[in-house]
Design a protein around this ligand. Structure first.
Ligand code: IPM
Ligand code: MG
Length: 382
């Protein structure tokens, strides 16, 4: 037993040292890219697993058509990134193979299909690895249901919390298991600033800080405290504390939910509640997600790789709406606002007002590619 304890204490020392170093790197800051001034932007596209390559292929087709002129002029390059598949990851025993990671780092922004994460074991999720390696600290997820007055945006901390050491817990077999949750001051400050900047620039007046600070006193306690310190720099925007449990209920409380605007939360709560929010909008297949850092940004569907759809031979019927929303967010991020608006408008027409073609994952409805054709035809008519 003592050997286990000694080993755990030793590895805890390493963890604290590493996390302190990470906090130093965050505090040092990084230069933020200005896409309006760049001569060339490289968009990497990686398909992932399951339905990933199917929906991402259509996402790429839409991007190519919207950015045709700039691609032809060499101002934008759309590059395929290979090797982010489960088979390749298992083969090399890494969540992201080295050459794939190098290829990703040579891009500015990335459109990514979902990747499968093996349960248990030590293999980290490719998603989590990418977020860490590219330091994508803000996970931004908008949810809109216009006819119910819902216009939400979630700012989920994306680089720490329960995720950062999720594969490095300790275990005394047959007795206990422990995982760690980490909140750094600098890490909280940057996500809080991102949320309040968004609020300020988009005329929002309320930010809900969602934690469980009554129980997770150190990590969530600090998160909330630091968010309030940042809030003081934003007069005219109120910052309210909420606990995650009641906020989960509030999202399905039709009497009050439309008053919420911007949500600011630590990683795991953000993960859970954004699936709930996406469901209110029509399902996880309908929501896009931006993973934003200072140097890189990655845009993805919020759903998984849907292995069941593949097993049933229905992969080609997957709904690409989520990756299309992600593509629109990518366009907005690189300051291609007009192209982003076109795609967003077309998506609204195709999924809300007209619905002439729908893709639902069922063979009775349209194929992924047919729905993509419909979106592109709609864009052409705008
Ligand atoms: C998400 C996903 C990921 C997460 C998984 C795939 C690692 O659920 O983007 O919300 O837990 O963050
Ligand atoms: Mg999730």
């Amino acid at each position: 037993m003592n050997a286990y304890i000694n080993q755990a204490v030793e590895s805890f020392r390493t963890l604290i040292t590493e996390q302190l170093e990470r906090q130093e790197r965050i505090a040092a800051g990084a230069e933020v890219k200005d896409y309006t001034k760049m001569e060339k932007i490289v968009i990497g596209v990686c398909g992932g697993d399951g339905i990933g390559p199917i929906i991402t292929r259509e996402g790429e087709r839409v991007l190519r058509s919207l950015l045709k002129e700039e691609v032809e002029a060499g101002r934008i390059e759309i590059r395929t990134i290979e090797g982010l598949t489960l088979e390749k990851r298992m083969e090399v025993g890494k969540a992201i193979p080295d050459d794939t990671l190098a290829a990703l780092k040579a891009c500015d922004v990335i459109l990514k299909g979902p990747t499968t994460t093996p349960h248990g074991g030590n293999m980290e999720s490719a998603n989590v690895t990418m977020r860490r390696e590219l330091d994508l600290y803000a996970n931004v997820r908008p949810v809109n249901v216009p006819d119910q007055g819902i216009d939400w945006i979630f700012y989920r901390e994306n680089s720490e919390g329960e995720y950062v050491l999720g594969s490095r817990g300790v275990e005394i077999p047959g007795k206990l298991a422990m995982d760690f949750k980490v909140t750094t001051d600098a890490g909280t400050r940057r996500i809080a600033r991102a949320a309040f900047e968004y609020a300020k620039n988009n005329g929002k007046t309320n930010v809900a800080i969602v934690t469980k600070a009554n129980i997770m006193k150190k990590t969530d306690g600090n998160f909330s405290k630091i968010c309030h310190e940042i809030a003081e720099e934003y007069p005219g925007i109120t910052a309210e504390d909420w606990y995650i449990d009641i906020m989960t209920a509030n999202l399905v409380n039709e009497a009050i939910r439309s008053r919420f605007q911007v949500f600011l939360l630590p990683n795991l709560y953000g993960d859970i509640i954004t699936d709930e929010a996406a469901q209110i909008q029509g399902g996880v297949g309908t929501a896009g997600s931006a993973n934003v850092g200072d140097r890189y940004a990655m845009f993805e569907a919020i759903h998984g790789s849907a292995p069941r759809l593949i097993e049933q031979g229905l992969g080609e019927y997957a709904n690409p709406s989520s990756i299309f929303k992600a593509a629109a967010m990518l366009l907005r991020h690189i300051a291609r606002t007009e192209a982003a608006e076109k795609l967003e408008k077309a998506l609204l027409i195709c999924t809300e007002s007209e619905r002439k073609v729908i893709a639902t994952g069922s063979a009775e409805d349209a194929k992924c590619a047919e729905f993509a054709d419909y979106v592109m035809e709609t864009i052409a008519k705008l």
